[in-house]
Design a protein around this ligand. Structure first.
Ligand code: ZN
Length: 408
């Protein structure tokens, strides 16, 4: 009996420590009194835990900004100097490696070209060696490297730490976690890039104060991740969130997944460029694009620029993309009832045109008056969404509570 009660006390202590640390990460700078009030823990207990966290270099005392008479409340915040995380976004042509602190401030960034002549295992080994030389500098300065988060497209088995299928690289069943852990001796976590981006929104972006929302990314592909009760809704079979492969038009174009008319075939960067080029080749006029470009040289950035300069042909296409995305968003809202949807990816560059058109379809088709008003917001993490997302896998691991249902 004695033995088991001691274990419970220790577990409780760990839980409370985690609770205090998580509160400071989410709400810092924050005083000891504010922490005690927020998590309903006694002030002496909070003070005791805070001392340990300061000693372990997780947090630090900050200078007080508010001048009040008497004893000043000392703000506490995450120590940004003593611990770092590595984020790895494995892309089709290049892998981006970042080192960031626990506040997701990027301290170092490098792009490593993907060598298509190397076997996937060799490529991962090579990335591991590169990470070792990058992290060496931090280790020499006695800065703790907490782990490596890996985000990549396609289907990923997070529990086994391997990718199942990455269509743009042609990789199947690569034991990414095991290979990287063996080389770097660091903790490695891997997930689909949509899921990791949603974690970035939850910890550092639009979802910071919300535990039920959906993150949708539209760029070379289209995917969603559902944050439910402060955690990613995983479902079974590794397919959850594949909104890009829901059929919107059965007579539509052939998709990379083998089906026809998936949302992705109507709204991805590739789909957009195909549509613009086709219209131009068929003699439709676009003042801006015709003046500047050879049709075949057209890039997605040119398209975004044309939309934002009011080019009619491109505006019409952007509006249609918005309406098609609206059909996909309607499915997500009717199924999961999120508080809001965060739109990320390169298409956010034309969100001023997309969002009113998405909203028009949502208001027409979603059930229930309140749900029809579900806000669509744009990600604030811009180009860093995927890399911060990868690093957020480690953040989530460090700051999550033992019982995922208990959130605050
Ligand atoms: Zn598809």
């Amino acid at each position: 009996m004695k033995q088991s009660s001691r274990i419970n006390v220790n577990l409780m202590k760990d839980y409370n420590k985690q609770l205090v640390l998580r509160t400071i990460q989410k709400h810092g700078p924050i005083s000891r009194v504010e922490i005690a009030n927020r998590i309903e823990l006694s002030r002496p207990s909070v003070s005791e835990i805070v001392s340990i966290l300061i000693e372990e270099q997780w947090i630090e005392e900050k200078p007080s900004e508010i001048k009040v008479r008497g004893r000043q409340p000392i703000p506490l915040d995450i120590n940004k100097e003593k611990k770092v995380i590595v984020g790895l976004e494995i892309g089709a042509y290049a892998t981006t490696v970042i080192v960031c602190n626990l506040k997701a401030e990027i301290l170092y960034e490098i792009q490593i070209e993907m060598n298509t002549h190397k076997e996937p295992d060799q490529m991962i080994e090579y990335l591991g060696q590169q990470i070792n030389s990058i992290t060496q500098t931090y280790k020499e300065k006695e800065i703790g490297v907490l782990g490596i988060g890996v985000g990549m497209h396609g289907l990923v088995d997070t529990e086994k730490g391997k990718n199942i299928f990455a269509p743009n690289l042609g990789w199947r069943n690569v034991e990414i976690q095991t290979i990287l852990e063996n080389i770097t001796q660091l903790k490695v976590l891997i997930d689909n890039d949509c899921n990791s981006a949603a974690l970035a929104e939850m910890w550092f972006g639009q979802g910071k104060d919300e535990s039920n929302f959906i993150s949708v990314i539209v760029d070379y592909g289209v995917g969603a991740s559902i944050i439910n009760g402060g955690s990613i809704f995983k479902g079974a079979h590794h397919v959850t969130g594949q909104i890009g492969h829901v059929t919107i038009d059965p007579d539509g174009p052939l998709c990379s997944c083998g089906n026809y008319g998936c949302l992705e075939t109507l709204t991805s960067e590739k789909a957009i460029l195909k549509k613009v080029k086709r219209k131009l080749k068929m003699g439709e006029t676009s003042h801006i694009i015709n003046q500047k470009f050879n049709i075949e040289d057209l890039t997605i950035e040119d398209f975004y620029q044309a939309v934002n300069q009011g080019d009619e042909l491109c505006l019409n296409i952007a509006e249609e993309i918005g309406r098609n995305l609206g059909l996909g968003f309607t499915i997500l809202i009717n199924l999961f009832g999120p508080k809001f949807i965060v739109l990320g990816g390169s298409l956010t560059q034309i969100s001023d045109v997309l969002i009113p058109n998405i909203m028009r379809v949502i208001q027409l088709k979603v059930m229930g008056e309140e749900a029809k008003q579900t806000p669509i917001v744009t990600s604030a993490l811009e180009n860093d969404l995927y890399t911060i997302g990868a690093a957020s896998l480690i953040v989530e691991d460090i700051f999550s509570l033992p019982n995922p249902n208990k959130r605050f």
